[in-house]
Design a binder for this molecule. Sequence first.
Ligand code: ADP
Ligand code: MG
Length: 995
Amino acid sequence: MLSFILQKFSGRHHRKYVEKCRPLVARINEFEQGYQQLTDDQLRAKTNEFRARLQKGETLDAVLPEAFAAVKNAARRLFGKPVMVCDHELTWDMIHFDVQLIGGIALHEGRIAEMATGEGKTLVATLPLYLNALTGKNAQLVTVNDYLARRDSEWMGHLYRFLGLTVGCIQQQMHSENRREMYNCGITYGTASEFGFDYLRDNGMATRKEDQVQRDHFYCIVDEIDSILVDEARTPLIISGPAPIEREQPFTRLKPGVEQLVSAQLRLINKLVKEAADLLARPGVTPEERQDAAMKMLQVKLGMPKNKQLLRLQENAEWRKLLDKTDVEMHSDFNKTELYKYKEELFFVIDEKNHQADLTEIGRTKLQPDDPDAFTLPDLATIFIEIEKDTSKTPEQKEAAKREAQQRYEVVSEDIHALSQLLRAYSLYERDVEYVVQDGKVVIVDENTGRIMSGRRWSDGLHQAVEAKENVTIERETRTYATVTIQNYFRMYEKLAGMTGTAETEATEFHEIYRLSVTQIPTNKPCIRVDQNDSIFKTRRDKYGAVVKQIQEAQQRGQPVLVGTVTVEQSEVLSRMLKRANVIHTVLNAKFHQQEAEIVTRAGQRGSVTIATNMAGRGTDIKLGEGVRELGGLLVVGTERHESRRIDRQLRGRCSRQGDPGMTKFFLSLEDDLMRLFLQGNLASRIMEGAMKEGEELEHPWLNRSIESAQKKVEQQNFSQRKRLLQYDDVLNKQREVVYGIRNSTLHSDRPKDIIFEMIEEELAARLEAAGVGEKGGASAANIEGLVGWLNSHFPVSAKVTELADRNDFDALLKELVGRITKAYALKESVEDPAALGGLERYIVINAIDHHWQEHLTEMEELRRSIGLRSYGQKDPLSEYKGEAYRFFEELMNNVRLQICTSLFRSATNRDAFENLFAILSRSARLQGPASAPTALAAASQAAAPEGGAAVPRDAEPEIKLPSVTIRRETPKVGRNEPCPCGSGKKYKNCHGAA
Ligand code: ADP
Ligand code: MG
């Protein structure tokens, strides 16, 4: 068997891997043979035996041969037995093949096992999952959807349970008790987003450790890993809720102007495109006129890239070439000024590739005739300098003027952003293509699957812009409570592995981002699929005509056909054409995964025709019906090359599973997006443009390669975009690790007093330093006064100016102050309910973290956006972003610290505790003298006691009032985003600095 595998296996690297596994496979099979003599119970006892050996320090690798053998033997024992899967009865008919054992080894080693569709990856995963679950930690498997999580956990569950292991699966609507139960199983199946959201809820939302559901992030196998880590990873996981303060949304205000602008642009574009068409079609057109027409087409492309008439003009290969050539030429540096001139004849310019829209001068004037500068960012630096120079203003007036300028800047930049999003919404986003409107809501349509993505929203104001365009309610601005990207979620696992039929083309990405190497596992039986050359047509119409013909012929023979399309729209176009041609077929745009899976399962039956988007139905096996093998197996027809070769390979892989016959063929046209955008000026198009006539078909292996290299280019572009995004996300990810780390140790600590006191010490140190303690000359009297005021308003330590005035021994003073606070806290502890105190302390920390972290997330989003605006300058936006993000983070930690200081003595577990403490402290205060009022407590009486404890009623407030305290810092100016010096814990701009 293995030698056969080796023969047909060509790649040296992979051959080496298979070679390496060969002795191991032999050992597994030896053990398995031995196990055939055991009784069921004896086999089951192996599980505990392995566990015990691992406990004693044996490694997983050492146990692997026996553990894999046990799983394989269990499969043998199930053979022929009925098993229930998703309410259907199946007969268990699988015993691990050798190649499946090799796949299992690769998965255990934390690799990506590339195994073709139909090779039985579901079964492969049982081997390493069983082995790794023996450690007692949670072994997890990620599937592409909820249905498959349930199916695979139930199906493979028979095997695990036979061996005495528990298995669970997470489903979307599950409550947290169920989830916890599922994660407590040895093995857990679920989708990436469920796992990711559970992580976010556990670490960003849960306020008690009892509410957390996940155990650990130990070992995880991601099924269809490319789909999850490459395709799905484009949208991060976000838990959000309504924002606390509603900001004014400029969309409605700007919409009428934008509509005028868009219709003016449309009129202009229609005029231009008509002029271009007339010129081009005129017999005896001069070269100058041709050039003029070309520039007009280019203008149309700049102004409305999706203009239908322009697309029609481009059906003429000669004209298309003219436009492409002009486009390339005009975008060269040499022609910059001229291009600018042409752009300035439009009202706005749309950049299709970069998803951007910019107003031109006439656009600006049209929008705001009285004030064309309304949409130009003011130059803050210059304005500030001018304000400074203005001698007629007092310093306060200067400050006010600056603040005003800054506010205006913010308003204008928001407006510009909203405007750009509105222009995109009107020019690039088409209703019922990119989105639908349902029940007064704008709902995104996934361009690849056509699925309606309820609940998801475009970010960055685009969604609000589309809502404004469609006249539906603009949803309230939301605030992000917690967020993580799929990439960063999976990077947390101690060991990550993956399986898919198509990973090779993305091998670099997997390696660079996840340190995962791709290992190709040979197929069990040789693959005899025939991949035919692509057929290329001039127009889409011709292409679809040929597709329909091909389908008709196959159906007459009885050969089943699976047709893959890139978008749902295409599925529907094709479906209409097939209806007209009287071809009975099924279209797969199911909203439900189970249905989808059932349709795909039937796609191999005699005479069936199934149209599906390339992504739909992943993970479902297509078995050939009776007599289909003789007809050549399943015929897979691709109607367009996808941007990524991987998706095309995935489609091809749908046929010829397990040595079945099968054939694939792609039909393309010069009007396809991929061809249109990326074959520009390329050799292939040059050959085709002259030669091709309508209705003609072109086919050559050389063309396939040329198209593939175009795909490679796009793949690389997309990869570097993803990588770039990730670099930004890494910044936030590190911060999240720190914050969630503190949060989690707080949750899991019975008494997080240490954490609190660490924070207090840091805060004190910062304040002593700011006051100038320890410096030459020591702190000024004013600073000491401020320090004492702050101390007394936060902690009942009765600090006096006189005792601190002459102190310049930083370390000793710090230690002493912390000591006094510790003592005061001990007093508090003595009167508190000891059982409730831990809860109170946790509350203080968690509350401080959550409040400021959520605010921080929002600010980081804004930063991301503004960095985008700034990137027009010479600076590298990423390093700018990192620098700013670091400052934001410091500020966040300062705020958290400060809030903890503020709340420590202002909260109590119950009213009695509070009053007792107050009594003791007032007594000691009286003994010590009048100067030291226990002001922290006075303040406390205004604060509510959280968590179970009764709120301290206001009427219990003693007659001692908080003295109004002013802190003078080293740096007299307080930044808007710095904590307010009054000690409220709020930012200065939101507190005393509020305009
Ligand atoms: P993949 O995920 O690799 O595309 P699946 O796990 O869906 O493949 O399995 C495809 C089919 O192969 C299933 O119908 C399964 O029953 C069958 N299969 C898998 N392994 C074996 C085996 N060792 N012996 C017989 N049939 C198997
Ligand atoms: Mg599968």
